[in-house]
Design a protein around this ligand. Sequence first.
Ligand code: SF4
Length: 457
Amino acid sequence: MNQRLKNILKDQFDFKANKNQLQSLERLIFEIMRRDQVSQKSILSSLKETANIEKYSGSNKFSAIKNTLIERRYPLTWAQEKIDSKRLFLSQLRNPLDDNWQVRKVFKPVEIFVERSVKDSYLVENFRKRFPETPIKQISRYSQYLKSNKFTLAELKKPIVFIIKEKWDFLKPCPCTKHHLRCGYWIFNLGFGCPYDCSYCFLQQYTNFPGILLPANIDEFFNKFDNFSKKLKERIRIGTGEFCDSLALDHITEYSKKLIPYFKTKNVIFELKTKSANIKNILDIAPSKNIVISWSLNPKALITSEEIGAASLDERLAGARILQTAGYGIGFHFDPIIHSNDWQHSYKHLIDRLYSDLNPGFAWISLGTLRCNRQLKTRAELRFPKSNIFYSELLIGEDKKLRYNKLLRKEIYAKVLEWIRRYDKVTPIYLCMEDKELWNQVLKIDSAEKIEEYLIK
Ligand code: SF4
């Protein structure tokens, strides 16, 4: 495409693009083609008709072509504000991987590595029983193993399990993101890696190796937490799904059987966050309202195209209904909300469906729009050549992440909030990774303390 485009620009626009100019124009054209499902030819002919390019020369001609393409690529943002080119991420187009490992609906590890110090743990036994044909190999430390074994990006989702002894802290405050209002959440480290493969998952850029790390020693945390909790002045919220899905492998790890009985009696709100329907173990435990099981939700079509391997919307809502009836606290995360031409229809429909299946109030609902750093987009493009979500109006934001502009985010949050409030006046709703201004505009809350008070109350 590169040389061809170069020739077309020369023939049709009398413009000789240098390498960087060509890369930018090629990227803009590609993203318009993908998002609008139109051909390069039609983009270039409308460019000729609308931009009056002939009257420019040299670098002015490049700016005229580029600005016309930016206007078409980001129509909503363009209509609201000037787009500084520093906010564009116009990286070189690369061919997608042709051997990317595909996840399966039913998880089956191809290899299991066990750190010697936990070789006799219940977790190893659970894996041995469930996957008698999968080889189990002993290693000293997973980190050493990974140093001496290199993997390609295509192998990122190869189902390799590492059963490990967790050495670093199990609990830490949620880092949120630069310049944004934290909600006072704490994160319990329940391993690293996930059997699902969401196109927007930040783990893709966070790791270079395949495999799921599962701690076999979470009981050791309980002693530490007993001491930590003595110093707590107020109730805190603790969640588990930062680097993993809290329940995706619960049928094997049985973490919920340890965590729920422990946290039930503590002065915390403890959340297990999932895209699975893996609730069998939880149903065997007597419920408590301070234990919240929460589901990330997206419209059906997005679940199918972007959340590979995860449970369907029907399965997630059925799981939530069963646990709500059983007496558990239930939460939902509309995160990431993905903008598209029909986003309003699909998210409104999703909210109608949620409230036709379940009764409010829930423990909480969070809202967050699609965001990612630049490396993630590059990796996701290589791994998910059919995904179009990165061709929505994502520009580099204040925190250097690709995000929708503030007015668009505000519009999305305001609409989703309105649709939810038609059914549900009681559930606390919060924003994920947003700044004070948006919190204030959307929810009339302007400090971390007020957020915490709002959510814990
Ligand atoms: S479920 Fe969560 S952790 Fe798993 S792939 Fe999707 S976004 Fe990543």
